[in-house]
Structure formats: C-alpha cells, structure tokens
Design a protein around this ligand. Structure first.
Ligand code: XIL
Length: 312
C-alpha cells in the first residue's frame, strides 16, 4: 500500500491523524506511526482532560501522544486551548469576574503551551468561535470577555512558545459562506492589529457527497491574507449501512479535499479525525451515520484511503 506521509512529504505537506492515546498499541499504533506524520490528540489536551480539578493536572494522555510522535518522527497538533466544550466543571460552574476568567484562560495557555514548548508544532488556540450565521458564539469566553479573548489567547500562546504556529479552528467554514466570511474578517482584523496568528484550521467534518465546491478557493483566499491553512479534522460520514456506491463516493470526496489542500501552497497538510472507523466520534454523535474514516473497523484500507493517495 502507498504510504500517505511519504506522498504528502513529496508535495511539501503532512498527512495527519487524530488518535486516542489509550489505543496506541498493536495494529492501531503501527498504522498511526507509519502512515501519518502528524498526530492530534482527540481529547487528551482538552481542558477537562488536563485539569479535571483546579490546580491538579493530569498530563498522562497528552504526554503519551507527544512521546509517540517523537518516537515516530511525527509533528503534533495541539488541540485545543480555548473552546466552549469539554471544559472542567469547576471552571464552568464558577462565578468568575471578567478579570478572573481572563487570568484563568491565559494561565491555562501558559501552563499547557509551556509544558510542551518545542514539542508541538501547531496549536489550535481558539476552537469554534463562530455561530453558523457568522456571529460570535455565545460561549462563556465571549459573553464574559468579549471578542478580545481571542487576541489575548493568541498573545499568551505566542509568549509561551514563540516557535509554535498558532491557529484558529472551526467547522462549516470549509467552503465560502457567512461563517467562513466571519473567520476571514476576524483573521484580517487580527493581522491588522498585529496579533500573533499564523494559520486557520478548517475542520472538514463533511457529509458524503457534500464537499463544498468552493473549498480550494476558500483555502486560497485565507492564504492570500498571509496565513497558513490546514484541514484539521477531516471525516466524511454516511448514512449506514455501507454500500459499494457510498464507498466510491467517499473515495471521490476524500480525493477532492486532499486535492484542494495540495493545490494551495500555504495549505500545510490534512489531518483525518481518526483513521479507522473503530475510532471515530461519528456514530456516537450522528444517529445512524458512520464509516467516516479511511480505514474500516478491521484496519483494512477503504477506497477513501486510495482516494487520498491519488490526490497526493
Ligand atoms: C470530539 C472527539 O472526537 C470525541 O471523542 C469527544 O467526545 C467530543 O469531541 N470538533 C472538535 C473536536 O474540535 O475536538 C471534536 O472531537 C469533534 C468536533
């Protein structure tokens, strides 16, 4: 079988996968460490994972992913520092003043980015800041701190590791539209204000047969603002059961997304959100849907895997 990381590297890109740290052994680890040259912890670096009670940290899962990456010559995408979801209860239930909350946020960034200084190439600093209509999501960050939380988060991350590439990341921004326009305008204004922003992540949680036709043009317009871009959480879900026709469509879809990145010189790479259907969040969250990744539940490559290879 072709080796995705070698094909990507020949094009100056990376090909990555999200993983579950506790599964990094046996065939799962062999495929992750040989086919991919970038790794994203699916959950292990989220705030609720690393600081389940205030001031008491658990880095075991995060460390395991970083150590695995170093052993297999992979880069790490840190995910994620400031998000509305998967926050610890002590944080969401506290009644903080704005100043307290801002300090909690920046201290969290300083601690986590600092711990992995020099070991994490890219950070998703702020995740999912927008609503579908392009207004700011009413997260605790936005409602208590206003839009400035984004610049403050980026500045804290830059101070903690000046060499890490700092990204904003969101979903349903893959093609052009109101939400993508909002991200575009945000990046433009951050750049104008001198805020440290290096890249934009496009999650790529897509539906079979619905890769946006504007994806390449959309990636390019962000690149033209002077930032890197990446597809950070690619999966392409289908209504179950699987059929050969659906797998053929999925192959075309994976090929189209990978080709869009390959065609944009500032697109640094693609990360799939789990490489095997046995390790995908889709069946848990989207009723009746699944089979969203390039390998089946028995670690056999699907047509989608060959679609990726054809695009590289
Ligand atoms: C998902 C994980 O894959 C699941 O295991 C977890 O239960 C929920 O979060 N956008 C993101 C990711 O940025 O962090 C999410 O990951 C999927 C959607």
């Amino acid at each position: 079988d072709p080796v995705l990381r070698d094909l990507a590297q020949a094009k100056g890109k990376y090909y990555g996968t999200a993983v579950t740290a506790s599964k990094l052994n046996g065939t799962y680890a062999t495929i992750a460490g040989s086919q991919f040259d970038s790794i994203t912890p699916g959950n292990e670096m989220k705030w609720e994972s690393v600081e389940p009670s205030r001031g008491s940290y658990n880095w075991s899962g995060a460390d395991a992913v970083v150590n695995f990456a170093q052993a297999h010559d992979m880069r790490v995408r840190g995910h994620t520092l400031v998000w509305h979801s998967q926050l610890p209860g002590w944080l969401t239930s506290g009644s903080w003043t704005a100043d307290q909350l801002r300090t909690l946020m920046t201290d969290h960034i300083t601690t986590e980015v600092g711990r992995y200084k020099g070991k994490i190439s890219h950070w998703d600093v702020v995740n999912e800041p927008f609503n579908e209509d392009g207004t700011f999501r009413q997260s605790m960050w936005y409602t208590k701190l206003g839009q400035s939380y984004i610049a403050d988060a980026l500045r804290a991350a830059r101070a903690a590791d000046p060499d890490a590439k700092l990204y904003l990341n969101d979903y349903n921004t893959d093609g052009t539209g109101a939400k993508s326009d909002a991200m575009y305008n945000l990046v433009k204004s951050l750049k104008a204000d001198g805020v440290p922003i290096d890249g934009v992540g496009f999650q790529g949680h897509l539906i079979l047969g619905q890769v946006p036709s504007t994806m390449q043009a959309n990636l390019q317009r962000f690149a033209d603002l002077g930032v890197d871009v990446a597809v950070t959480e690619l999966d392409i879900r289908m209504q179950l059961p699987v059929t050969d026709a659906k797998l053929a469509q999925q192959k075309a879809d994976y090929k189209a997304v990978t080709s869009a990145c390959a065609a944009v010189s500032r697109c640094k790479g693609v990360t799939v959100w789990g490489f095997t259907d046995s390790d995908s969040w889709i069946p848990d969250v989207f009723d009746g849907q699944g089979a969203a990744t390039p390998y089946d539940e028995n670690y056999q490559p699907k047509p989608a895997y060959y679609g990726i290879a054809e695009a590289l």
